[in-house]
Design a protein around this ligand. Structure first.
Ligand code: ADP
Ligand code: MG
Length: 637
């Protein structure tokens, strides 16, 4: 509880005692002229104690031209009740209104805190060796390439590579993954993980500002800026609803008595009841709180959603488009055959490793891994990466092409196409065909389950786009039961295909949304073009974190279904609250106009609805964690 909340609670308790005393007075004292005066005194003190700040704020706001805020409504209604002689009701309006306020601020605080606790990954310091001494410095004081020491129990402050030590890292704050990850020299580590047992020596590969932690914190802090349409609707609704009810109240106070000569006091009382009901607090607070909870619940599973608008879009997503390599498949290719046009297989693999050296593409990494020996970088001079095709590299003065059939065809190099289904790297040296390397990728362990879960979560169509050959695309597509597969696409073609799919979807259902899932390697433009761009395994790729709207910290496709379920649940809660709150208000409004609801009922309805709506909103924070299927990582290899 904050100090402000404590103070308000004390006032509520004190006012509550006075209020009870005031209510008991008639039973304790004999009637007479003296009693009403004493009652007035007790309730007035109670009122001032609990309501002075509301009245004060209402007065200030009127001076600033903002008349119809809830402070004004409450002040007017309660003061009006006092003037009519209904002292207890006047005090009660304020008292219960403040109880509601207290509860709101408590709930908002609590969910905010549980989110920041989830996101409590900011490292406080880094241990760096300087002049032979280990010193503690601010993480943003550490230069690139410095060696930092992380002791057991400490948080990894910067992204880097392990150069000494062996340990297990707890990545749960980042990935929602409970299994610790083993690291040893050579492993890449990201900031925000907690070192569990061994002493680690880490060479930094990024400055703090570019480290994963800084990126994530930035993202979480800004996520509330992107509002969902539902939220915007509520703000607009409140802007019209409140003045409308106030006008209704004025008419109610004046028209009936004038028309059929009713009693002014009765109608003014009803009008005041109207005013109490007109406060839109339950809606105004509980809708953003629901979205806030949804975003928090997602981050608990290692899913970062950049704004409530994306939760809304996810809930309406009907088509999910996947990239193949690294998204549906592991992207760690095993070399299955090396077929040199002449010379030894070893030489061809070496050539490929040199040609692929500069690239970070999963194919390149796999080739380098298969080669397994150190690479003399001085022999490599010029590198051109041709997205969706391969690489053109100058190795020891000779131009080497390494890539798919498209690359060699474009260069006009005659070659023998491979018949087998599998990804092929064709190689050419100085425009003469040198041979091919067959590589094979594997589906991720949870891909099949993830697609089933997506269909269950309401997705109608799953599509795959790939730059790989038709035969590989077909093979993956049939084994996963994808609805559509498009192959041999360059990055630009992928954007064009996505646009086509978007138009087709929009024509069928203008409200439906399309999500694209990629690993951020050469598909950033597609991520940006989709209604919702989902980047996975994004701990590795900065481009993906920037371009995506939703970032999956691990690279499990099943997280897509998880975030869609969270989105649907959040939207459901938001709609429940809207319907419930507006419904109850309407009923009380009608009853109030008919004189069937007292100001008491209005206050209870208002506070009660807010209370229930907030409790409901907090539900969004609760997420059923899917069982971890494989231990994904803090490692980026
Ligand atoms: P995907 O769409 O499956 O993610 P990419 O668009 O990254 O695939 O690449 C498409 C194709 O281009 C690959 O299947 C491969 O044939 C070729 N390619 C791309 N990058 C490389 C590379 N670094 N080395 C060899 N071939 C590559
Ligand atoms: Mg790719």
């Amino acid at each position: 509880m904050t100090r402000k909340q404590k103070k308000l609670l004390q006032r509520i308790l004190a006012a509550g005692v006075l209020f009870t005393a005031g209510m008991l007075l008639p039973y304790l004292l004999p009637g007479g002229l003296f009693l009403p005066r004493l009652e007035l005194a007790v309730f007035a003190v109670c009122y001032l104690l609990i309501g002075w700040d509301i009245v004060w704020r209402a007065a200030c706001n009127i001076r600033e031209g903002e008349v119809f805020d809830e402070n004004f409504l409450m002040a007017l209604a309660s003061l009006g009740a006092f003037l009519l002689g209904d002292y207890s009701e006047g005090a009660a309006v304020m008292l219960f209104y403040q109880v509601g306020e207290w509860f709101q601020s408590y709930a908002v605080d609590k969910s905010r805190r549980s989110i920041s606790k989830l996101m409590d990954i900011r490292p406080d310091y880094a241990n760096v060796e300087r002049a032979g001494q280990l010193v503690q410095v601010d993480p943003d004081q550490v230069a690139l390439g410095e060696i930092i020491t992380v002791r057991p129990g400490e948080r990894v402050p910067l992204d880097g590579q392990v150069v000494g030590g062996h340990s297990f890292l707890d990545t749960s704050a980042l990935t929602g993954e409970s299994l610790p990850r083993e690291v040893e020299p050579g492993s890449e580590v990201i900031s925000g993980c907690i070192n569990q047992n061994g002493l680690l020596q880490i060479k930094t590969t990024k400055l703090f500002g570019e480290s994963t932690v800084a990126k994530i914190l930035d993202l979480v802090e800004n996520s509330s800026e992107k509002k969902a349409r539902t939220e915007a609707f509520i703000t607009r609704f409140a802007r019209y609803y409140t003045p409308a009810v106030v006008i209704g109240a004025c008419l109610l106070a004046v028209v009936p008595p004038l028309v059929n000569g009713g009693d002014f006091n009765t109608w003014v009382y009803r009008a005041l009841t109207f005013l109490v009901i007109s406060c839109p607090c339950a809606l105004v607070i509980s809708i953003p709180l629901s979205f806030f909870g949804g975003i928090g619940g997602a981050s608990r599973c290692g899913i970062l959603v950049k704004g409530s608008n994306y939760l809304e879009a996810l809930a309406a997503t009907e088509v999910v488009v996947f990239d193949k390599t690294g998204t549906l498949t592991k992207g760690s290719f095993a070399v299955t055959a090396v077929r040199p046009a002449q010379g030894s297989a070893d030489r061809l693999l070496e050539l490929a490793a040199y040609a692929e050296e500069a690239s970070n593409h999963p194919i390149s990494r796999s080739v380098k891994q298969a080669y397994g020996r150190p690479i003399d970088r001085t022999r490599i001079s010029k590198v051109e990466e041709l997205a969706g095709r391969g690489l053109r590299t100058v190795v020891a003065g000779r131009t080497v092409l390494a890539g798919n059939a498209k690359l060699l065809r474009e260069a006009g190099v005659p070659f023998t196409p491979e018949e087998e289904a599998g990804t092929v790297i064709y190689l050419a040296v100085d425009n003469r065909y040198a041979g091919s390397i067959l590589i094979e990728d594997e589906l991720k362990a949870d891909t099949t389950a993830a697609l089933a879960a997506l269909k269950e979560a309401g997705v109608r169509k799953a599509v795959m786009l790939t730059g790989d050959s038709f035969s590989v695309g077909q093979k993956v597509g049939t084994s996963l039961g994808l609805d559509e597969v498009y192959a041999e696409l360059l990055p630009g073609d992928k954007v064009a295909k996505l646009e086509e799919l978007l138009t087709a979807l929009q024509r069928r259902n203008p409200k439906a949304k399309l999500a694209f899932v990629g690993d951020g390697i050469n598909d950033a433009p597609v991520l940006a073009r989709a209604d919702v761009g989902i980047a996975m395994g994004a701990l590795g790729s900065d481009a993906a974190i920037e371009a995506a709207d939703v970032v999956l910290m691990t690279d499990e496709p099943s997280k897509i279904a998880t975030v869609m379920q969270i989105a649907r649940k959040t939207l459901g809660i938001a709609y429940q609250n809207i319907i419930f709150a507006i419904g109850v208000k309407l009923i009380i409004l009608i009853l109030g106009a008919l004189g069937l609801a007292s100001m008491w009922a209005a206050v209870f309805a208002d506070v009660g609805v807010a209370f229930l709506a907030i409790l409901n909103a907090m539900r969004a924070l609760q997420v059923r964690q899917l069982a971890p299927q494989n231990n994904y990582h803090c490692l980026l290899t």
